[in-house]
Design a protein around this ligand. Sequence first.
Ligand code: PMT
Length: 411
Amino acid sequence: MNKLTNKNIVLGVCGSIAAYKSADLIRRLTELGANIRVVMTQSANEFITPLTLQTLSQNPVHQHLLDCDSESNMSHIELARWADIILIAPCSANFIAKLAHGAADDLLSTVCLATRSPIIIVPAMNNAMWENPATQENIHTLEKREVIRFGPAAGNQACGETGLGRMQEPVQIINNLNEMFQAKLLHGQHILITAGPTQEDIDPVRYISNRSSGKMGFAIAKAAVEAGSKVTLICGPVQRSTPRHVDRIDVRTAEQMNTAVSNFVTQADIFISTAAVADYRPQVTQSEKIKKTSEDLKLELVRNPDILLNVANAANPPFTVGFAAETNNVKENALTKLKLKSLDMIAANQVGNEKGGFDSDENALAVFWPGGEILLPMATKEKIARELIAIVAERFQVSRFSETNPIIKNR
Ligand code: PMT
């Protein structure tokens, strides 16, 4: 589905052999109706000519910061304001470093510093340069600032090596952009999301917990904001920065999470339960540190409230989406939870493997609802979250429609 018509894209081109792909990217973007303004770095000129990019984009190419002609044509501030997005493809290791350090010593870095629009980088470099701790630290810094990244892809490189570092292909970049620009599917809806683990105290220094990092829940919160909804995120103890425009409430224990959810759930249209809530807590939390006096120690555990079950079975429940973390029989167990907890939808993930699930940057989901299912293959948690939100939005609209149309509801 083309969402790029009339989108204003500043395309930054850095010095990289992959700059030849920018020409194809511009051709495809303009064919889809996007407006392109190219900003080239000085070294990009060594790989591709401004004339090529100017002809394909049908606009003058911008190259210089302190140049009267360029500034009178469209200044760096105007470019920064004009852009719906800044897409830097290829983005070199040097430019990633400049971006991470907030440099403004050429036109492209200055436009990036001056914009309030999303910045997307499409890295292209030798795989050793990509893996270098300096580059990885810079990438980490950019992630914290919510700079979006497409790739890099793996494969043969121009330098003769093989590995991560290839610029994504133009077709893939366009698919990613279309996903990003998907209509504000959940405009005006309030989504309540839980994320991360809970900690259940044994004594003042010890607790029971699990390996949830909050990555999945935070990515869903971000995707929900992108889809136009108001988002309240209730999270257990995780070290993550809050996505923009998300209201965050920090809790520690399952009981605290339960209370926070009950406080907000009546205002929510949709509830997504991504948190790995501890099913049990110690019956007694010792007020003093337990001493190592006996050979073995028995802990008496009691059940925690099932937050998801309580929400789904309340008098006027929101559209309720559960998660299922399963090591085996994923589909069977997920369908049982869907039914037993009376959920509108459940997203099941295989856990305990090397890839996906707890604390991984990637995940794969099997999403089930009464009468339907869809598989979301292994991808970054950000991508999976956007896909999940699109499915939630669709099923939410269907459920709304059938609620107001009794003939459909009773089928
Ligand atoms: O945080 P990450 O490192 O990114 O990892 C993501 C994840 C693996 C934690 C996530 O994708 C996930 O699977 N979350 C659900 C984990 C879980 O507790 O699954 P479960 O099958 O035990 O629970 C089923 C559902 O009931 C879940 O929606 C859970 O939030 C909810 N639940 C469980 C127990 C409880 N007492 N209250 C609940 O609300």
